[in-house]
Design a protein. Structure first.
Ligand code: NAD
Ligand code: UGA
Length: 459
C-alpha cells in the first residue's frame, strides 16, 4: 500500500521522537501524532521548542525542522485516523493496578480503546502497527476487534516494537541496531519497511512472524535488565570482599562473549519499562504454568528491589543509625541522565524509605521540577500531600541543595555532577560530610582527599 498519511496514537516518549524522525526522513509523508491529552498536544505545539513535553537531546531541533511541514500534533483523533493509511498505536501499557493480574500483567485497556476507535471510524483499508510494548499474542485481540466491525474495511496488523532508550532516543532512532517488523501480510510489512528504508539499511530491517516480534521486545528488555541485576548482585559481594565492581565489570566486559555494555552497578534500574515488561513476562509464563521460567525472571526484579533498599539502609546505618531531622541532599531524580522522565526512578523509593525514617529530603535535578517530585511521592500514597510538602524541599541550585546537608546521595548520573566545585560543597555541609554515590560517578580518592566520607556501590 502506498503510504502518504500516517497517524500515531500517543504523543509520549515513544510516539513523539519516533514520529519526528520518521517525518524528518520521509518528507513526502504527512505524519500526525494524536493524543487525548490536550495539554500534552499543546506543549508539543509550543512555539518555544525548549518547552516540549519531553526532553531528549536533539529532539527539539528535529521538531523545529519538521513541525508544520509534514509533522503535526493534534487532538483530532477520529479525523486523523480516517485520513491515514497507516496507524501506529503508541499508547501506554502500564502494569495493571486492579483485578486479575494486578501488579503483574500489562493493562491493555488503552490499546483496546485505540483498536475500537480505529474500528469505529475507518472507512478505507488500514495498516495498524503495534508500537507499544505488548504481551505476546496481543495482535490476536486487536485483530478480533478490527475484524468484527461488520464493515468491508481490510485491516493488516503489524508488530513493530520500539527499542529506543530515553536520553539517547534520537540517536537510537537515527541509527538503530535493528528495526523489527512482525506480520502476516507481505505487502503491509514492505509498506512499513519502505518507510524505515529511507534511512535504515535493509539488512537491519528484520521481518518475523507477529508473535516472535511481540516476544522479542519483552525478551530484549528482560535480558538488558538481567545484566544490571547480575552486576548489582556482584556489587554486594564486592563490598564484602574488597573486590571493586568497576574493575570486575571491566574485566568481564572485555570478554567479547559478554561485552562491556549494561554493566554499570547502580542503585537499581528504573524507568517505565524494565520492571513492567519483566512482570508481564513472568505473568505470561505463569499463565502457561511455566513456573521455573517465571521464577527465573522474577528474580531480576527481586534483586533490583533489594539493591534500592540496600542503598538506603546503608545510608541510614552510616549516619549513626538515624536520619531523623537530618538534611539529605539528593542529586538527581530522573531515572537516568539526559531525560526528564522519572517513572519508577530509584530516587523515589530511596526518598520514600528515608522519609519513613523522618529525614528531611532536599532535591535537585537539572531537568525535573518540584511538581513532578511531589507528584511521584504522592503517587506512592505513603504520606499525605502536606506531609510530603513539609518534608521534601526542592532546590534550583546544586550548591543550595547541599548547604547544611548531613549527606549527599547521588541518584542520577548527570554529567554536570562531575564538574561541581566539590571543595565548596564540602565546606558548606555538616561534618562529617557524607557522600553516597549511587552511580559511581565521582572519584573516591579525590573526594576522600577533600575530606568527604565517600561510599559508592560495590567498592
Ligand atoms: P507515555 O505515557 O509517555 O505516552 C503514551 C500517550 O498515549 C499518553 O500521552 C496518553 O495520553 C496517550 N493515550 C493513551 N490512551 C490513548 C487513547 N486511547 N487515545 C489517544 N491517546 C492515548 O508512554 P511511552 O513511554 O511513550 O510508552 C508507550 C509504549 O511504548 C509503552 O507500551 C511502552 O512500554 C513502550 N516503550 C516505551 C519506551 C520508552 O523509552 N519510554 C521505549 C520503548 C517502548
Ligand atoms: C530501556 C531499553 O534500554 C530500551 O532498549 C527499551 O526500548 C526501553 O527500555 C523500553 O522499552 O522502554 P530506558 O529504560 O529508556 O531503555 O533506559 P536504559 O538505558 O535501558 O536504562 C534503564 C535503567 O537502567 C536506568 O535507570 C539506568 O540508569 C539503569 N542502568 C542502565 C544501570 O543501572 N546500569 C547500566 O549499566 C545500564
Amino acid at each position: 500500500m502506498k503510504i502518504t498519511n500516517i497517524c500515531c496514537i500517543g504523543a509520549g516518549y515513544v510516539g513523539g521522537p519516533t514520529m519526528a524522525v520518521i517525518a524528518k526522513k520521509n518528507p513526502h509523508i504527512k505524519v500526525t501524532i494524536v493524543d487525548i491529552n490536550a495539554e500534552r498536544i499543546a506543549a508539543w505545539n509550543n512555539k518555544d521548542v525548549s518547552k516540549l513535553p519531553i526532553y531528549e537531546p536533539g529532539l527539539a531541533e528535529i521538531v523545529e525542522e519538521t513541525r508544520g511541514k509534514n509533522l503535526f500534533f493534534s487532538t483530532e483523533i477520529d479525523k486523523t485516523i480516517a485520513a491515514s493509511e497507516m496507524i501506529f498505536i503508541s499508547v501506554n501499557t502500564p502494569t495493571k493496578t486492579y483485578g486479575k493480574g494486578k501488579g503483574m500483567a500489562a493493562d491493555l485497556k488503552y490499546v483496546e480503546l485505540c483498536a475500537r476507535n480505529i474500528a469505529e471510524v475507518a472507512t478505507t483499508d488500514k495498516i495498524v502497527v503495534e508500537k507499544s510494548t505488548l504481551p505476546v499474542r496481543t495482535a490476536q485481540a486487536i485483530k478480533s476487534i478490527l475484524h468484527n466491525t461488520g464493515s468491508n474495511v481490510k485491516f493488516d496488523i503489524l508488530s513493530n516494537p520500539e527499542f529506543l532508550a530515553e536520553g539517547t532516543a534520537v540517536q537510537d532512532l537515527l541509527s538503530p541496531d535493528r528495526v523489527l517488523i512482525g506480520g502476516e501480510s507481505e505487502d503491509a510489512i514492505e509498506s512499513l519497511a519502505a518507510i524505515y528504508g529511507s534511512w535504515v539499511p535493509q539488512d537491519r530491517i528484520l521481518r518475523t512472524n507477529v508473535w516472535s516480534s511481540e516476544l522479542s521486545k519483552l525478551t530484549a528488555n528482560a535480558f538488558l535488565a538481567q545484566r544490571i541485576s547480575s552486576i548489582n548482585a556482584i556489587s554486594e559481594l564486592c563490598e564484602h570482599t574488597e573486590a571493586n565492581v568497576n574493575e570486575v565489570a571491566k574485566a568481564i566486559g572485555m570478554d567479547s562473549r559478554i561485552g562491556p555494555k549494561f554493566l554499570n552497578a547502580s542503585i537499581g534500574f528504573g524507568g517505565s519499562c524494565f520492571q513492567k515488561d519483566i512482570l508481564n513476562l513472568v505473568y505470561i509464563a505463569r499463565s502457561y504454568n511455566l513456573n521455573a521460567v517465571a521464577d527465573y525472571w522474577e528474580q531480576v526484579i527481586i534483586l533490583n528491589d533489594h539493591q534500592k533498599r540496600r542503598f538506603s539502609d546503608n545510608l541510614i546505618s552510616t549516619l549513626y543509625n538515624t536520619v531523623s531531622g537530618k538534611k539529605i541532599a539528593m542529586l538527581g531524580w530522573a531515572f537516568k541522565k539526559d531525560t526528564n522522565d522519572t517513572r519508577e526512578s530509584a530516587a523515589i523509593y530511596v526518598a520514600d524509605h528515608l522519609l519513613n525514617e523522618q529525614a528531611n529530603i532536599a532535591v535537585y535535578d537539572p531537568k525535573v521540577n518540584s511538581e513532578k517530585v511531589q507528584a511521584d511521592l504522592n503517587y506512592l500514597n505513603t504520606r499525605s500531600d502536606e506531609e510530603n510538602k513539609d518534608l521534601v524541599k526542592y532546590y534550583d541550585d546544586p550548591y543550595e541543595v547541599s548547604k547544611d546537608a548531613h549527606a549527599i546521595a547521588i541518584m542520577t548520573e548527570w554529567d554536570e555532577f562531575k564538574t561541581y566545585d566539590w571543595q565548596r560543597i564540602y565546606e558548606q555541609m555538616k561534618k562529617p560530610a557524607f557522600i553516597f554515590d549511587g552511580r559511581n560517578i565521582l572519584n573516591k580518592k579525590e573526594m576522600t582527599k577533600i575530606g568527604f566520607e565517600y561510599s559508592s556501590i560495590g567498592q
